[in-house]
Ligand binder design. Structure first.
Ligand SMILES: O=C(O)c1ccc[n+]([C@@H]2O[C@H](COP(=O)([O-])O)[C@@H](O)[C@H]2O)c1
Ligand SMILES: Cc1cc2nc[nH]c2cc1C
Length: 362
């Protein structure tokens, strides 16, 4: 079992994580072969639909069924705060996290607009926002009131990181049980590009400079502070690169751990999960270090402008489908990939074959 030491085996949260890891199976090769055979009978030169064909084969492998059905979709937006904001690493104040949660719930954020356009549900989760949030439409799963400042101490305890992962797993299970067939990762957390860069730096063994970007738009002096803060946090906390849960706990964030759990839960339930920008991709990377088999369940969406995103995608071997100069987060890029994923299913389901249409093969 990947990255699980005996020392922690007795604990209940880890048992849940461990059970989930065991449930993540390789893709169904027979369903993939069947989808590929069908694609080759359709009225087009073989392979001419490129990425759409790859997507169709992957979806068949994930779901175990070459009859691709229309998919109910949900974007899970995990919101949390970051003690490291004390170091002056974001262009925006911390209270924007809570304010944006209200905006998500009221339906006024970019993710709400884009989700409506694709008929997808936005599920907003408080996994660690500072302050109280009372709203029936919010999924309240606060693990703690934001992380601690990782430049001074561990961002959270191992138990808290495990709890956040478990919350992500549980949400995937609940939503899958309610008929959701396609997941997307989304997040909101002022300051979260800093822990994301720290986690990436440790997991991919790259220098802070290559992992760090401007986030919400910090200036050059802020960039230098970000790099120095990440180096300091890593030197102080000494995260174990071979143990992604340790890395998430020491220099990560609650929404990062929650999204890692969502990826694991989606994969264990044989559901594809569309990965948004920088923060989401780092969370997916952590999930794949916990359970390498989860990788096959990931669908990349866009290339974020955030500098470290390329590094994180490369580490996962993922090639984004869109490049829109976006750097918003919230799941906005992932949702924009939904029509492409639907298109893959539609061509497999609806296109005529050479035989049925009376078209000659080459
Ligand atoms: O998804 C991305 O690639 C992305 C890139 C830059 C910023 N963000 C969003 O901006 C916030 C983090 O930026 P910062 O500067 O506060 O670390 C957080 O709420 C993210 O959703 C998101
Ligand atoms: C306004 C605002 C909206 C966001 N959405 C995701 N991250 C964000 C950061 C800010 C600052």
């Amino acid at each position: 079992m990947a990255n699980i030491t005996n020392k922690h085996k007795e604990r209940i949260p880890l048992l849940k994580i461990e059970q989930t890891i065991r449930r993540i199976l390789p893709l169904d090769e027979e369903a993939m072969r069947e989808a590929a055979r069908r694609l080759d009978r359709l009225t087009k030169p073989p392979g001419s639909l490129g990425r759409l064909e790859e997507l169709a084969v992957q979806l068949a492998g994930i779901t175990g069924d070459a009859d691709l059905k229309p998919m109910a979709k949900a974007i899970v937006v995990m919101a949390a705060d970051h003690g490291v904001c004390e170091e002056g690493v974001s262009a925006f104040p911390q209270e924007v996290t809570r304010q944006m949660v209200h905006n998500f719930l009221a339906g006024g954020a970019a993710i709400n607009v884009l989700a409506r356009q694709t008929g997808a549900e936005v599920v907003c989760v408080d996994i660690g926002v500072k302050g109280e949030l009372e709203d029936d439409r919010l999924i309240s799963r606060k693990v703690r009131q934001g992380t601690a400042n990782m430049a001074r101490e561990a961002a959270m305890s191992r138990e808290e990181a495990e709890r956040a992962i478990e919350i992500g797993i549980e949400l995937a299970e609940i939503l899958a049980g309610k008929g959701i067939r396609l997941f997307a990762t989304g997040e909101m957390g002022i300051g979260n590009t800093t822990p994301s860069a720290a986690v990436l730096s440790v997991l991919s063994d790259v220098d802070a400079e290559d992992a760090v970007g401007r986030g919400t738009g910090i200036d050059d002096a802020g960039m230098k502070r970000k790099q120095a803060t990440i180096r300091k946090a890593i030197a102080l906390n000494v995260p174990d690169a071979s143990d992604a849960i340790d890395v998430l706990a020491k220099v990560g964030g609650l929404e990062l751990a929650g999204l890692a759990g969502l990826v694991l839960g989606a994969a264990a339930n044989r559901r594809p999960v569309v990965i948004d920008g920088f923060i989401s991709t780092v969370a997916a990377l952590a999930a794949c270090r916990i359970a390498p088999a989860a990788k096959e369940y990931l669908i990349p969406s866009h290339l974020s402008e955030e500098k470290g995103h390329r590094v994180a995608l490369k580490e996962l071997g993922l090639e984004p489908m869109l490049s829109l100069k976006m750097r918003l987060g919230e799941g906005s890029g992932a949702v924009l990939a939904f029509p492409l994923i639907d298109a893959a299913g539609n061509v497999l389901r609806e296109m005529a074959t050479f035989d049925s249409a009376g078209v000659s093969r080459g």
